[in-house]
Design a protein around this ligand. Structure first.
Ligand SMILES: [Zn+2]
Length: 499
């Protein structure tokens, strides 16, 4: 049994001014053939689950191409054309196939296709034909569409946020694919798009209304005849028609059951709509709460929701740093944060380790993320910014590269790590250990993210505050001017109805 594996993976924040071009993929992760096994056979990402599935269900997995980059702006037509062409050529030239495993995100937007994942699925189907089963895995932040459903036999989305189950879901997808090829099951899917969005601050699955939604999904999964069930949380920063919450159920040939279960999930989520919206504290309140934490306790972690690098943030917002300075948060190891600032890094490298320096840091990308802040500090260390994290991380990422990085201890008792690759937020504490910093020793830690840093920072924090900070990933959705989203959509139109 020969099964092709391929993926073109991107979460697109269409509000970001920087477009995602071919080089963004080429310079981040663009793997062909055996390079995929080299990097992913033991990673914690979806592709690792395909390899595990191949072992468990005894098929030959033929990895063809995988292109991935961090969440940035709309993918250019040129990048889409070149990557999809190479991908589909490989699929066509190396067939025939018994089945296809597609590692997509489900939230990708190109200049030409608002639903890139649906377009990829359609083109894959075109190449392999309707008799060859195709199973697609998606991130939980997917906007699932009819196009995606129509061109796959089954879709399996992650069920945790932070995403810690990528491997398990990929094994699940492999099993459905193998059973379909053997004729043991014949999946039918039903999709329900709910006319609402879930605010980013309510998307963690470990607690609150989102936990209840995932408990409902677990209930459906236990039902006889159900092959898989997914909730697409939706990616709110994609200004596209399909943005929003979806439920998808696949059953073994029972269309009525798939429809009934998907509708039940959708109705239950809709009934929780008011609990799924933004209620996060202001930056002023967040800093003051963190400053008033008991002395000697573990760090208070403040999530910089407006600069959520995992959602397209610029990694250089200074809103929270400026507020901390304004409120007088100082003293030894009072604050730890990182900022993307290649110019400041170069200035520090020129000055050298041990030097004391005054310079401007942060807010170099656009006008949304505060003003550069002037700090005076001592350059503690300079590294290449590369490290490996072996503990669980969001989406199973393991190798990190923030580019040349500097640890700066400021006069206020703050430590700022300046880096030169925008990176993917503060998803691993190793980012600090690798430059000689123990985050556990700080009073307050600002993380550039909303949910993705949780796996790393929950174990060492006394409290996690999700700050309603301004920025390109702000939780305050009225800051964004949508042109393409569905209308009505809750909570933008409070009178939205759902039958
Ligand atoms: Zn995600």
């Amino acid at each position: 049994m020969r099964i092709a594996a391929l993926g073109f993976h991107h979460e697109t924040n269409t509000f970001q001014s920087v477009k995602t071009d071919y080089e963004s993929f080429a310079n981040f992760e663009f793997l062909r053939g055996s390079e995929i096994a080299d990097k992913h056979s033991t990673s914690k990402f979806t592709l690792a689950g395909y390899f595990r599935g191949a072992e468990k269900f005894e098929f030959d997995l033929v990895p063809l191409l995988f292109a991935f980059t961090g969440p940035t702006g709309t993918i250019t037509k040129d990048a889409f054309d070149r990557i999809s062409e190479e991908m589909l050529d490989l699929l066509a030239q190396n067939g025939p196939w018994d089945g296809v495993l597609l590692a997509q995100h489900g939230g990708a937007v190109t200049e030409e296709y608002p639903d890139m994942d649906g377009e990829i699925a359609r083109r894959v189907r075109d190449v392999v034909g309707t008799d060859t089963p195709v199973v697609m895995t998606l991130d939980l932040h997917c906007n699932i569409t009819q196009e995606q459903v129509a061109n796959t036999d089954a879709i399996v989305a992650f069920r945790t946020n932070p995403h810690l189950d990528a491997v398990e879901r990929a094994v699940e997808a492999s099993e459905i694919l193998v059973k379909t090829i053997r004729g043991e099951v014949s999946p039918v899917q039903h999709l329900v798009q709910v006319p609402m969005m879930i605010n980013i601050v309510k998307q963690p699955t470990a607690f609150g209304p989102m936990r209840e939604i995932m408990d409902d999904v677990d209930e459906v999964l236990k039902k006889s005849g159900v092959l898989t069930a997914s909730c697409g949380q939706g990616f709110p920063y994609a200004d596209v028609d399909q943005m929003g919450v979806t439920f998808l159920v696949a059953t073994n040939g029972d269309k009525a059951l798939a429809k009934q279960q998907a509708k039940w999930l959708a109705r239950r989520a809709w009934d929780r709509r008011t609990e799924l919206q933004n209620d996060s504290p202001s930056i002023k309140e967040s800093i003051s709460r963190a400053m008033n934490a008991p002395l000697g306790d573990k760090p208070t972690v403040i999530m910089d929701v407006g600069d959520n690098v995992g959602g397209g943030g610029t990694a250089d917002s200074t809103h929270l740093l400026a507020e901390a300075i304004r409120q007088g948060l100082n003293g030894e190891k009072s604050l730890l944060l990182s900022l993307f600032d290649p110019t400041a890094v170069q200035t520090c490298i020129d000055a050298g380790v041990g030097s004391t320096i005054t310079l401007k840091v942060g807010a170099g990308t656009d006008q949304l993320h505060g003003e550069p802040v002037v700090v005076t500090g001592n350059i503690r260390a300079i590294t290449d910014g590369k490290f490996e994290e072996t503990k669980p991380t969001h989406s199973g990422l393991r190798f990190f590269d923030y580019g040349p990085s500097v640890a700066l201890d400021t006069d206020d008792g703050h430590t700022i790590v300046l880096h030169t690759v925008r990176g993917i937020g503060n998803m691993s504490r190793e980012q600090y250990y690798s430059i000689g910093i123990s985050p556990e020793q700080y009073k307050v830690i600002i993380c550039k993210g909303t949910v993705s840093p949780r796996a790393a920072y929950e174990p060492i924090s006394r409290e996690i505050i999700m700050a309603n900070s301004p920025g390109v990933t702000s939780a305050n959705m009225s800051n964004f001017s949508y042109e393409n989203r569905r209308v009505p959509l809750y909570p933008f139109e409070l009178e939205t109805k759902f039958d």
